[in-house]
Ligand binder design. Sequence first.
Ligand code: FAD
Length: 404
Amino acid sequence: DGPVIIVGAGHGGYQAAASLRQAGFSERICLINDEVHLPYQRPPLSKAYIKGSAGPESLMFRPEKFYQDRKIELIAGRAASIDRAGRKVHLASGETLAYGHLILATGARNRLLDLPNANLPDVKYLRILDESEALRAIIPSKTRVVVIGAGFIGLEFAATARIKGLEVDVLELAPRVMARAVTAEVSEYFQARHREAGIRIHLGVQATSIEAEGGKVTGVSLSDGRHLPADLVVVGVGVLPNIELAAEAGLPVAAGIIVDEYLATADPNISAVGDCALFASPRFGGSLRLESVQNATDHARCLAARLTGDRKPYDSHPWFWSDQGDDKLQIAGLTTGYDRVVLRGDPARKAFSAFCYKGDRLLGIESVNRAGDHMFGRRLQGMDRSITPEQAADESFDLKSALA
Ligand code: FAD
């Protein structure tokens, strides 16, 4: 009972507010927003937004009127501390908000590069709208970018920068791109596609320093002794979950804010959702922290349902996408821990799916330009069904028959 205060107005925070009202929650809802924009979508920041010319309003989930009509109070500022005994949040502005339930949707922040010259203006990161704007504004005046990190965001940006006419080098410490997230088959496909587009990908190397002259970046030195010229460096070396607010309030944290399968922290009046939450997952048999739109929005919906009387454990199936140049990668399920990969379709024809198995169990499907396989995978998982590796590999096997 009482007001719901939501800290963080990203994908999770916005969805929690919207879903609470949709479910009929009638008390006060405050959405604390430390960014200067209305809540917006993050995925385009490294893709369409950088490529195009649309303004920030094209990214907004909803116009201001949506919040006004639903009495969702957008409060500009930062939550500075939580008084759990008094059920209050103190904002950096000095304002105090009382809560019946507190939702932490604080997301994650860029992991910063710890290298000489990493704080120069031409060294950029890509997490928030203002960073994407800043990059979009300077790209026309740049000729050569070194992208540090070949994860999703690094590669999405690299593809976009290349389309924009820049010379692009990508550095990756691992032996293949997106190594922690996808199978070798999918890594190899994307490596080949980015190289075809003229992007140079350097694997198994690290940046050791950023060189500059008069405050302007001139290049990046690598661990193998090479030096790459550059007038722009974009860093995509992962994120750190924003757990400090919870930790300082004495809530248990580890690689995220620890929550149970209902997304509740150790304090029954405080929950956490999205990128910041390390949640117990009976389905996957352990704790997970995921960084995806699906995870943040489904967490928020599950929590909003609980706060309006429909208490169920969080049990959604993960899915994800990444657009890189002309290719669309979609992942259904969690593919980590697989011991067998079966391909359906043909990488040479730029359309295939990697079905990932552990023994006979289908863990997930990584699809490249095969949206039908992806949707099939999500529906199959929703039904808790599987198909055999032999069926997956056989293009004449009708996937729909497995859903009947
Ligand atoms: P966020 O959306 O990060 O929101 C957290 C908000 O809380 C932020 O605005 C932050 O400033 C604010 N905050 C933190 N602390 C405080 C405080 N103390 N007080 C007030 N506010 C605070 N996912 C996909 O599934 N597909 C994609 O293609 C994809 N592309 C992406 C591209 C980019 C460039 C980025 C950055 C992410 C992408 N993601 C993608 C990931 C996805 O955007 C995140 O998983 C999602 O935004 C997580 O939502 P969240 O609400 O947990 O956190």
